[in-house]
Design a protein around this ligand. Structure first.
Ligand code: GLN
Length: 205
């Protein structure tokens, strides 16, 4: 089965590890760029989670030792799930204020977009996932204000996308690892599985 790496520089990485443990998935905390690759130079994990937290703080760590460059090239092909600050890092256009990113996911995202009064909230909304509406925990959440043509919106809040997918990339502006619902992580595991089948098929043909 799959091994999922979790970027563990700062933020809510432990909660992701617990959620994946509940799904019987092996995880590996990633703290240095060399942990991303095997000695042969292939990715050391089948998928990667970039957690919520503070994107500016994560960027400070990523700007050392070529971490940002290694991660940028990895997320071109490795299934990656960014939550909140992780979604900000994946976006190719960050606003309020503009900041650098991995530029992998074709969205524009505005940081801290919900203002002070309602900066953190829990709400339940329908999604394209099977089953009941999903509980979403928002903490100083960003807002996705543009999605490119390749981006599929799986859930919205007040018309703005909060869960999006683009090929091997998944991003949420809320924190699925802080709720009890495993469906968003399961969706990411399905994405990893289909990506593996797909890459093997490509190699075989
Ligand atoms: N406000 C944070 C940022 O801009 C994101 C908040 C979160 O990850 N919960 O990076």
């Amino acid at each position: 089965s799959a091994t999922v790496g979790i970027l563990a520089l700062q933020g809510a990485y432990e909660a992701h590890a617990k959620t994946l443990a509940a799904l019987d998935v092996t995880t590996r905390l990633i703290r240095t760029p060399d942990q991303l690759f095997t000695l042969e130079g292939t990715p050391s994990v089948d998928g990667l989670i970039i957690p919520g937290g503070e994107s500016t703080t994560m960027l400070k760590f990523l700007e050392r030792n070529g971490f940002l460059e290694s991660l940028s090239s990895l997320v071109r092909t490795l299934p990656t799930f960014g939550t909140c600050a992780g979604a900000i890092l994946l976006a190719n256009d960050v606003q309020n204020p503009p900041q650098i990113s991995l530029s992998a996911l074709d969205i524009t995202i505005e940081r801290n977009a919900y203002g002070r009064q309602i900066d953190s909230s829990i709400l339940t909304a329908p999604t394209k996932l099977p089953g009941a509406p999903l509980e979403m925990v928002f903490i100083r959440a960003p807002r996705i204000t543009r999605t490119g043509p390749e981006v599929e919106t799986l859930a919205t809040r007040d018309e703005f996308p909060v869960l999006v997918r683009q090929g091997h990339l998944l991003a949420a502006t809320f924190h699925p690892e802080l709720g009890h619902d495993l469906r968003v992580h399961q969706l990411f595991l399905d994405l990893i599985a289909s990506h593996r089948v797909h890459s093997h098929a490509t190699v075989d043909s």
